[in-house]
Design a protein around this ligand. Structure first.
Ligand SMILES: Cc1ncc(C[n+]2csc(CCOP(=O)(O)OP(=O)(O)O)c2C)c(N)n1
Ligand SMILES: [Mg+2]
Length: 323
């Protein structure tokens, strides 16, 4: 095992970051070729947030995601092929190919689901945390939400109740600077991290371009929650490398903004430099990981392209959960 910081498996984390990035970049190309159905939101640029946090989670912990869910699912231990099949609407997808990109869910790894309702993940995670407490289990629940979602009232109710009941939940705000075309600086009053103090919850600012910062700070949140010390809130600043949705003309972004972010705020580039600087691995070893990840993703997408759609006879199955 390679370690940069005690307990952090650097090469495992690097590999995960790379798989998430490859998946979204190869999806971007496939969507441009017209090969993918649905309305897709890519996570490229934000990977350190999910990977740094999920390194501390168990399969039985619960993650409540957003419309930008691919990376959350993979980081939580989701299956690459099942994700590719699901997004393509194909048989064998994690929801039988009937959910698609915005409904990726897989209870076998604690992925309670992508969610197209902005902010809905927050009360869902509260409910999961309540269930853990009610059953006397030491599970942890996490909600991811964007800067736009952070202004939804249901989130504030959930934070209040989480503190009142001292529940094991992490509220993670992934601030990529925009809610669709609206700048976060325009739409969010005050500093989002300060809102946590209003509920007596620890609020922590996190550099989402630095996976070690995420791993360290959110890891402490997981530790506190699991130890019965209640909720925490994290404001993780991340860049967004593609548009809000695939096909977005991105007219609201400054010329050269994405290019600059890719050069200066890329979690993969930064972590790679850090691994090399610490002598944890050499460039050849990291290049080999890059190649392996790219090939795995390409194979998963090719399989998804070639797979059959669900049989028409299954249209009305899986509509309700079976007891
Ligand atoms: C309740 C609700 N209101 C509005 C929308 C439309 N909508 C879809 S994505 C989005 C922006 C979300 O921004 P943010 O939470 O910052 O997430 P990001 O897309 O930046 O990851 C909006 C307003 C929605 N899906 N649900
Ligand atoms: Mg946003």
């Amino acid at each position: 095992m390679s370690t940069l910081s005690a307990g952090l498996d650097a090469l495992h984390v690097y590999r995960q970051l790379r798989v998430l990035r490859e998946f979204e970049d190869q999806m971007h190309a496939a969507i441009a070729r017209g090969n993918v159905p649905g309305f897709t939101h890519l996570y490229a640029g934000e990977e350190a947030s999910a990977v740094g946090l999920c390194a501390h989670l168990r399969a039985t912990d619960i993650l409540c995601s957003t419309h930008r869910a691919h990376g959350h699912y993979l980081a939580k231990g989701g299956d690459l092929e099942a994700l590719a099949l699901e997004i393509h609407g194909k048989e064998g997808g994690c929801c039988g190919g009937k959910g698609g990109t915005m409904h990726v869910a897989d209870w076998s790894c604690g992925m309670w689901g992508a969610n197209s309702i902005i902010g809905a993940s927050v009360p869902h995670a509260l409910g999961a945390a309540f269930a853990f407490r009610y059953r006397g289990e030491d599970g942890v629940a996490v909600s991811f939400g964007g800067d736009g979602a952070s202004n939804q009232g249901a989130g504030f109710e959930a934070m209040n109740l989480a503190k009142v009941l001292n529940l094991p939940v992490l509220f993670v705000l992934e601030d990529n600077g925009y809610a669709e075309t609206t700048a976060a600086g325009w739409a969010c009053a005050g500093r989002p991290v300060d809102r946590a103090a209003g509920f007596g919850i620890p609020g922590v600012e996190v550099d989402g371009t630095d996976v070690v910062d995420v791993w360290t700070k959110l890891g402490e949140g997981v530790r506190l929650a699991r130890a019965g010390q209640g909720p925490s809130f994290f404001h993780v600043r991340v860049p967004l490398f593609h548009g809000h949705y695939e096909g977005d003309p991105e007219t609201y972004r400054a010329p050269g903004e994405v290019k600059r972010l890719r050069e200066e705020a890329d979690c993969l580039k930064k972590f790679r430099a850090r691994i090399l600087g610490a002598g944890q691995a050499d460039a050849t070893a990291l290049d080999r990981i890059d190649g392996e990840c790219a090939a795995r993703v390409a194979a998963a997408l090719a399989k998804a392209q070639a797979a059959p759609f669900p049989a028409p006879a299954t249209l009305t199955t899986d509509v309700y959960a079976k007891a």
